[in-house]
Design a protein. Sequence first.
Length: 261
Amino acid sequence: MRVGVVGFGNMGSAFAEGVSRKVGRENVITFDIDPARRDLALGRGFPVASDLKFLTEESQILIVAVKPKDLKAVFDTIKEGIGDRVVISVAAGVDIRTLKELSGTDRVVRLMPNINALVGRAVIAISFGEGVSEEEKDKLSDLLSACGKLYPLSEDLFDVFTAIAGSGPAFVMSFIEALALSGVLEGIPYERSLDIALETVAGTVELLKEKGGNPSEWVVRVTSPGGTTIEGLKVLEEKGFKGIVMECVRRTSEKARKLRG
Ligand SMILES: NC(=O)c1ccc[n+]([C@@H]2O[C@H](COP(=O)([O-])OP(=O)(O)OC[C@H]3O[C@@H](n4cnc5c(N)ncnc54)[C@H](OP(=O)(O)O)[C@@H]3O)[C@@H](O)[C@H]2O)c1
């Protein structure tokens, strides 16, 4: 199976790496309008097509990873050659209906990945156009699972997914930064404090995933009566920590909806 990747930026390069683990590097053909990006793809061992039309001819599946504003130009160029190829888009906020209009096919797949794709750990919402068969859905899901974890989702939930998973890394980074600065405030050098914060967060995620249960059960387990943790938790409750996070996600989701128009 040959996969064409249009755009070799953050997402294109990450998806090229991911799918190459399934189909082999030689079967992932790339193209980017920017010569420096084409050189980068070549340097990483991916074939680079001379132009978009050639890339389309040579591929059975196309992953389009350009900015939403560039989608029209891409599809105007390749539309005639798409035929029965499946077109996968990672463009944020661009729905299946628009993808069908732009590409002229209903064999489209909409993905919403997050930046964690750069380390092969993307959290990806996926929705299929009606022209994709059940068997193809399974094969495509298997292919894309090499880039991260897939969450089949109806399109009306993409905005909140964008807020939790798409913007989520920025929120989690802010929390890690706050933990790290707390250490600095009390006298631990920044780099060391950041490392302590990072290991604490990473270990906590691993603990929860490995041992199961839900977060509130673990909160009870680490909170001894009259102890230190409950003092801190009380402050989080007083300042409305969970409410702040929920409002943050809701507002982000609303903004995603507004940007779609
Ligand atoms: N980055 C994220 O965290 C993230 C998360 C979710 C979804 N997405 C989506 O992923 C898509 C790509 O984002 P990105 O961050 O990977 O962008 P990016 O790093 O800018 O990569 C896009 C690449 O496509 C190239 N390009 C533009 N027009 C082209 C054309 N006609 N043919 C071939 N290549 C072309 C761009 O070149 P120029 O720079 O020269 O224009 C650029 O190198 C966007 O639609 C975005 O909404 C991104």
